[in-house]
Design a protein around this ligand. Structure first.
Ligand code: APR
Ligand code: ZN
Ligand code: ZN
Length: 368
């Protein structure tokens, strides 16, 4: 039996249950004893209905742990291995994986849509019924079963809390800057939303060689934090229109590359508007499913020659990027310990949601 945080319905506090039965891994799966899990905005977005979820479901998708058991046919992974969970399992064989876009893996889509593993079924049972698993993960559980293609082996010397954060916020944020966008040396970059993911976009932009990095947020604490991560200027969106503030900082031209890292319709509009003619607007934040991108086709796109690009999981190839990020962390070029605002137990997950809503934290991290 394992303890886990279970979502039973929209806007309901997560239930802490201790009766979770975790099935053994089936063929191609591994059982992971969780070491740590970050609490990401996407977890809150499921709980508040921004993202659709089948319930009851074990939330959590930003995690790392130790393999306890491997299913039939699993190669390259063994009990005792430390792994980061890739919530986009990457098969290496489908159209997208073989076209350099493993973040769009076809197998992962089935899991994301079903709320289960690759075949749509789930390995958790509680109170006599199956529990779904967020993004083929379910890291708000002491133990979980995931597809083996979603487990990325790491050096056991890496702290579990740091490893967990790499699994979503760090891959997504740094990847948005280093993979999805094309940032040239000296570029002016704007980052709208400086939470756990946005701070990583900022450090990714710094690593990519951006000249100016303008952090945009409504929360002064986040703007201070943004400077620690490499922002050179900050714009407080609660004190005047952020678009005109960014225009004033760029000779009225706009940013070469602007990132939206919140997922709100108004900040998506602002991000596209503050992108210069010929520049790139990168949409990272996950909006409600009914949000539309509204643009004047001629003035906004054709004449302005703007690139508007979606970003899913930082366009990451996890087997290429996880070792690269760990290397940058070890060299001191990537700040990961500084992302951890609070270390909590899984029982405190609802408090972590509250802290995220008030903007007090970069990340709360659950340790098991
Ligand atoms: N203008 C500017 N900043 C805002 C606004 C706004 N209108 N609304 C919110 N913010 C800021 C918050 O102050 C906070 O610092 O956006 C930040 C969001 O950060 P987090 O809540 O920590 O979210 P994060 O985990 O970084 O995720 C951001 O990426 O992966 C997706 O689903 C995730 O859509 C979410 C986004
Ligand atoms: Zn996430
Ligand atoms: Zn694939």
């Amino acid at each position: 039996m394992a303890k886990a945080a279970v979502m039973t319905g929209i806007d309901q506090p997560l239930e802490i249950r201790t009766d979770i039965e975790v099935e053994s891994p089936r063929a191609g799966e591994v059982k992971v004893r969780m070491g740590a899990s970050g609490v990401c905005h996407s977890d809150l977005s499921m709980q508040n209905g921004t993202m659709m979820a089948a319930t009851p479901i074990v939330l959590g998708h930003e995690g790392a742990g130790v393999i306890e058991e491997v299913g039939e046919g699993v190669t390259g992974l063994a009990p005792g291995d430390h792994v980061i969970i890739s919530w986009v399992p990457q098969c290496g064989e489908c159209f997208f994986c073989t076209h350099d876009q493993p973040q769009l893996c076809e197998k992962a889509n089935i899991a994301l849509a079903s709320g289960g593993l690759l075949d749509g079924s789930t390995r958790f049972t509680s109170q006599g019924s199956p529990l779904y698993q967020m993004a083929a993960s379910g890291t708000f559980s002491e133990v979980t079963v995931i597809p083996a293609i979603g487990a990325v082996k790491i050096d056991p010397g890496i702290d579990m809390k740091v490893a967990a954060l790499i699994g979503c916020g760090v891959l997504t944020g740094t990847g948005a800057a280093l993979n999805t966008a094309s940032i040239r040396k000296g570029d002016t970059v704007a980052v709208v939303g400086c939470g756990g993911v946005g701070l990583n976009v900022i450090q990714g932009a710094r690593i990519a060689g951006a000249g100016e990095i303008i952090a945009v947020d409504m929360n002064e604490t986040k703007l201070q934090l943004a400077k620690q991560f490499g922002a050179t200027t900050s714009v407080n969106a609660s004190q005047g229109d952020p678009v005109s503030q960014v225009m004033d900082l760029t000779q009225q031209r706009g940013a070469d590359v602007a990132f939206e890292v919140i997922g709100l319709p108004q900040t998506i509009d602002q991000t596209i508007t503050m992108t210069r003619r010929g520049g790139q607007a990168i949409l990272v934040g996950v909006p409600r499913m009914d949000v539309m991108v509204n643009l004047p086709a001629f003035f906004g796109v054709v004449l302005a020659e703007k690139t508007i690009k979606g970003c899913w999981y930082g366009s990451s190839d996890v087997r290429r990027d996880v070792p690269k990020l760990i290397d940058l962390y070890k060299k001191g070029e990537l700040k990961l310990d500084e992302l951890i605002s609070r270390t909590i137990s899984v029982d405190q997950v609802n408090e972590a949601f509250d802290a995220m809503k008030t903007g007090e934290v970069a990340r709360s991290v659950i340790t098991y």
